[in-house]
Design a protein around this ligand. Structure first.
Ligand code: ZN
Length: 443
């Protein structure tokens, strides 16, 4: 194989150094904070070191920060603070004394369920089953007269807290005081019913700045054909985001370092986006900032998000033409690292805004739970102890080989095309979940 002769070696010591800077020296990189900015500057400095031309795409976005978030159980004349309560991003603040009501368990968004109960003035306990990204569901909530909600992320059935929340564009339909609770805490809480609960939420919502870091290697033969290699550099609140998504940033940096030495025939644009954790705001605004002729030049997006979990299995979510899938399947079969390929449209990472513009994508990830979830997701456990630099180096190396093949060929083995069935799904999600076209400045 040609690539065996090439110096496409990902250095585990580079991987460890980048992880250390992003997670230990910088730490939490929540959107709009100094940490996110420092992450962006570090990535830019490394890309420059490798000889890339680097630009910052700065943008304004609606941010949210918690000041104080509490829930109190009121039962038998006693008041007890509920432990483990956390924030729900883009929750409304409560009035100074909080909101108080009878606790009621809401098992689904079924109409009959909403009709059959008198929810007015109560606090709802929701364990995952109700999706507030859906407009009709949000409207049902608002019309029910509930005073507030305790929301549980049921992808994380553990005793620890993991922040959850909304995209800013969902606030138009769903605006009420919401806190999050750990799954096992919510189970205990349900046993306390009948009881009253008081929520106290003090938070800040306002415009902030963030940035996408863009480093480019111009192609020698086909500079008009662009492959985007991306990840997001922000983390959620309360953890350093070692897997989600320092791992993806290291992937981008290592591929940038290797490709810079190889003189690719096509242009490779390496991007680390800000504000992914609020539904890919950075990637969405980046695509919106490009001329249509420019988006047409992007022929593929290779996105890495959460790829270095110690245990788990590699997955590539492929959105494109069948030939794109076939090509990647064949490449993985020849490689040394097992990767499961799935033809799937998945809106929860930064490739999706490119899909909206018709760009095919491959999302590299590594899941470790039933349902392809991640046990450490958004929690204190997403730290350096639970990622493997070795695994990160191996998976980066296998994609580096594929990327090198793609930028060395004279013709590509697939078209810039998304299969029509997938494209219908992309359009549906773009409309319903992203509320595309959406202008964050109106938020
Ligand atoms: Zn992520």
């Amino acid at each position: 194989m040609l690539w065996d002769m090439l110096p496409l070696r990902v250095q585990t010591r580079n991987v460890m150094r980048h992880l250390d800077v992003l997670c230990s020296q910088i730490g939490m990189r929540y959107s709009g904070t100094q940490g996110e900015r420092e992450g962006a500057e570090y990535i830019a400095s490394q890309m420059r070191r490798y000889g890339l031309q680097v630009k910052f795409h700065e943008f304004e976005f609606l941010n949210w920060l918690p000041c104080n978030v509490e829930a109190t159980l009121l039962k038998g004349g006693k008041e007890k603070r509920i432990q483990g309560i956390g924030e729900f991003v883009f929750s409304q603040a409560t009035p100074p004394g909080g909101v108080e009501g009878e606790l009621v368990f809401l098992e689904s968004d079924h109409d009959a369920h909403f009709r059959s109960r008198r929810l007015r003035g109560k606090i709802g306990l929701v364990i995952g089953a109700i999706d507030v990204s859906k407009r009709e569901t949000a409207i049902k909530f608002m019309e029910s007269g509930l005073k507030g909600v305790i929301y549980v992320d049921n992808r994380i059935p553990f005793p620890w807290k993991a922040p959850i929340g909304m995209a800013p564009q969902w606030r138009d339909d769903f605006y009420m005081p919401v806190v999050s609770a750990p799954y096992l805490k919510a189970i205990e809480l349900e046993k306390e019913i009948p009881a009253r609960v008081r929520l106290n939420i003090d938070c800040w919502t306002g415009m902030n700045y963030s940035q996408n870091v863009i480093g480019e290697i111009r192609g020698s033969h086909y500079p008009e054909e662009i492959i985007v290699v991306s990840s997001h550099l922000d983390s959620v609140l309360g953890n350093v985001g070692a897997d989600d998504n320092a791992s993806g940033c290291v992937f981008v940096l290592e591929l940038a370092r290797l490709m810079a030495r190889l003189k690719p025939k096509r242009t490779i644009r390496f991007i680390c986006y800000g504000v992914e954790e609020k539904l890919s705001v950075g990637a969405y605004l980046y695509m919106r900032s490009l001329e249509r002729s420019e988006t047409r030049r992007i022929i593929l997006c290779l996105n890495a998000d959460s790829i270095a979990s110690r245990v788990g299995g590699n997955i590539a979510y492929i959105t494109g033409a069948p030939e794109l899938h076939d090509y990647f399947r064949e490449q993985f079969d020849q490689g040394e690292v097992p990767v499961e390929t799935r033809d799937e449209v998945n809106p929860y990472s930064d490739h999706f805004p490119l899909n909206i513009c018709g760009v095919p994508s491959v999302w590299a990830t590594r899941a470790n739970m039933l349902g392809s979830y991640y046990w450490a997701l958004h929690s204190q456990h997403d730290n350096l102890n639970n990622v493997s630099p070795k695994i990160l180096a191996q998976i980066s190396a296998s994609y580096a080989k594929i990327l090198h093949d793609l930028v060395s060929r004279n013709s590509l083995p697939f078209a810039r095309k998304i299969a029509s069935k997938q494209m219908r799904k992309v359009k549906e999600i773009a409309q319903e979940v992203y509320r595309h076209p959406w202008n964050p400045k109106q938020a």
